[in-house]
Design a protein around this ligand. Structure first.
Ligand SMILES: *[C@@H]1O[C@H](CO)[C@@H](O)[C@H](O)[C@H]1NC(C)=O
Ligand SMILES: *[C@@H]1O[C@H](CO)[C@@H](O)[C@H](O)[C@H]1NC(C)=O
Ligand SMILES: [Zn+2]
Length: 425
């Protein structure tokens, strides 16, 4: 068995320098572009291929604007390019550094108050190691209701853990609701939401017990453990995994383009390791994708609801991502999304759009929801894009956590109830 020390040693051997160099984002700028239509969308697509250092937040179909983060040395060239195409833009933030610094300080300060291993989900953002400590504490607190399994390791040898929550009645092989988080490293509200769901099911059992009467819940709060840890220690805006690629200048693969169903389409993923949507050399060549695949397959015959937590945008995204064609069970899945959207609008006026990823957002190839439906035969397969918060959208302040997770729980709870109603055990 590998010890934490061995893990640390591996890490040190792999990247001796980067461990200590915090990316401060000095003079990085955030712009907002106005998008008039397909022409601008195609330009953005072209630029994200040619200029991987221009960090475009991917535009959804019909979006009227989008944000892009630009390094200081690229700012002049970027503006010149926009002008040459007569694109309208505005500067949202002149220098990201003070904001990144303030958020980091806020979070570290909040964590001084935590009584480990109990964690208050609403009080801070936690690292992968802290989340694992918390998960490790659960079986002792809920011996009849919690099972903790390690399904594998990340590339940098971090243990990837999955918690199963039941009502403790000992009935086996109930249908399963599987929730994962943190496929994309910088989407910090995602692990917070996964932890909040765990706490609702365990600590708020009385209010939620009917959700566990005939169904078990399986939750994996952090899939991309290395990338997520990297956002805490080095680069707050890292998205991909941390495994080196064939290009020494570009590290990491987009785990959400690395899954083995209709993998490798150029519409919806990239073969260029420098791009944000790099799909890898082969399907499942990332250890983290393999682990999530194995979790899905482990519950294969009884996976009634697969839900992947991302941010941001207020979307319920269904298969398919790789084609404009709709799956046979599309209307059934839409009914579940509809239940979530209605519950949220009644509770907070929050508005979600829903439909197939291809149609609502943009084409994706090799994403987790297409695999869950296409290969694992999940009854309902969905990505939930939680609301934007913070200055970029995926960087909420600690003070935003409560609003985001309580609203999102209303939706998840309603969708779970709808799945349970439509597909009784
Ligand atoms: C996008 O806009 C077009 C044209 O107005 C419309 O037909 C289509 O339904 C819109 N798509 C979405 C997902 O809103
Ligand atoms: C999904 O369904 C197909 C077609 O019925 C079947 O061949 C396949 O084995 C199923 N996959 C799993 C993981 O059960
Ligand atoms: Zn994401």
């Amino acid at each position: 068995m590998a010890s934490p020390l061995l893990g640390l040693l591996t890490l040190l051997l792999l990247q001796p320098m980067e461990l200590f160099a915090w990316q401060d984002y000095k003079d990085y700028k955030l712009y907002e572009l106005k998008l008039e239509g397909a022409v601008e969308q195609n330009l953005v697509r072209k630029w994200s291929q040619e200029k991987p250092s221009w960090d475009f937040h991917e535009p959804s179909r019909n979006a009227s604007s989008l944000k892009v983060m630009i390094p200081p040395e690229e700012a002049d060239g970027f503006i010149e390019t926009l002008r040459s195409y007569h694109l309208e833009y505005k500067v949202l933030i002149e220098d990201l550094a003070p904001l990144v610094r303030a958020q980091r300080a806020e979070n570290l300060k909040k964590k001084l108050l935590i009584q480990w291993p109990h964690i208050d989900v609403l009080a801070a953002f936690y690292t992968h190691a802290e989340i694992n400590d918390y998960l490790d504490s659960l079986p002792a607190r809920f011996p009849k209701r919690v099972q903790l399994k390690q399904f594998g390791w990340s590339y940098e040898r971090r243990p990837l853990k999955v918690v199963t929550i039941t009502n403790g009645d000992g009935r086996r092989n109930k249908p399963v609701i599987l929730i994962d988080g943190t496929v994309h490293a910088r989407e910090w509200i995602s692990p917070s939401m996964a932890l909040y769901v765990i706490q609702q099911l365990l600590d708020n059992y009385v209010d939620n017990q009917e959700l566990m009467l005939d169904y078990d819940w399986v939750i994996m709060p952090v899939v991309n453990a290395d990338g997520y840890e990297y956002t805490h220690t080095v680069d707050r805006y890292w998205r991909k995994s941390r495994r080196p690629t064939s290009n020494p200048d570009c590290i990491g693969t987009d785990i959400n383009r690395n899954f083995g169903y209709e993998w490798g389409h150029d519409e919806g993923s990239s073969s260029d390791p420098c791009e944000a949507i790099y799909r890898g050399e082969r399907p499942f060549d990332q250890p983290e994708s393999q682990v999530l695949r194995d979790v899905m397959l482990h519950y294969g015959g009884r996976l009634n609801f697969y839900l992947s937590l991302h941010s941001y945008g207020n979307y319920f995204l269904l298969p398919w991502g790789y084609t404009s064609v709709f799956p046979d069970t599309y209307q059934d899945m839409m009914s579940v999304a509809d239940a979530g959207a209605k519950a949220i609008i009644y509770s907070t006026n929050g508005i979600y759009s829903y439909g197939s990823t291809y149609y609502v957002l943009y084409p994706t190839s090799g994403d987790t929801t297409d695999f869950a439906l296409g290969v694992v035969n999940a009854t309902v397969s969905m990505t939930m894009e939680l609301p934007a918060a913070g200055f970029q959208g995926f960087d909420p302040w600690v003070s935003h956590i409560e609003r985001l997770v309580t609203e999102s729980w209303v939706g998840v709870r309603a969708m779970a109830a709808e799945v349970i109603r439509r597909y009784p055990a």
